[in-house]
Design a protein around this ligand. Structure first.
Ligand SMILES: [Zn+2]
Ligand SMILES: [Zn+2]
Length: 142
């Protein structure tokens, strides 16, 4: 698997480094994680990595397009490695759980703005807000 991740880095002309591989591996296995969680996951395999290194790696990977940063209103930024498909997110108002929602009409931007003001639109990001199944169960159990 490490070779897949190395190929991803090389494809965007990023040097293969241990922290970059560790962050990519963490995001491959865990979706929509915040920075603290990424640091904790990376430290399982690589205990000596600094917070700053993980911040820098997330920034570099996001800029290179290997990682997507999402930040629902009022929530902390989350990262995921599912990129390039213009998918959307559904967010739980109670616990902040996030799940993927596929693009509604196939490909970006998947929504037509009623007035694009002359902009060339290439992406649309929709956040659906609601209550996740766990929180809904909790609510009815009370
Ligand atoms: Zn919830
Ligand atoms: Zn997602």
């Amino acid at each position: 698997m490490a070779t897949d991740l190395e190929a991803q880095l090389r494809a965007v002309s990023l040097r293969v480094t241990r922290p970059r591989l560790a962050v990519l591996a963490a995001l491959r296995d865990h979706r929509h994680v915040d920075t603290d969680t990424v640091i904790a996951l990376v430290r399982v395999e690589y205990p000596t990595v600094s917070q700053q290194t993980v911040y820098d790696v997330l920034h570099a990977l996001t800029r290179a397009g290997l990682v997507r940063r999402i930040q629902p209103a009022g929530a902390t930024a989350r990262y995921e490695s599912r990129v390039g498909d213009n998918h959307h997110h559904v967010v739980c108002r109670s616990c902040g759980a996030i799940a993927d929602v596929d693009c509604t009409v196939g490909h970006a931007p998947c929504l037509t703005a009623s007035d694009d003001h002359g902009f060339v639109v290439d992406e649309a990001e929709v956040v659906y807000w609601g209550t996740c199944p766990d929180c809904a169960t909790e609510r009815t159990a009370q």
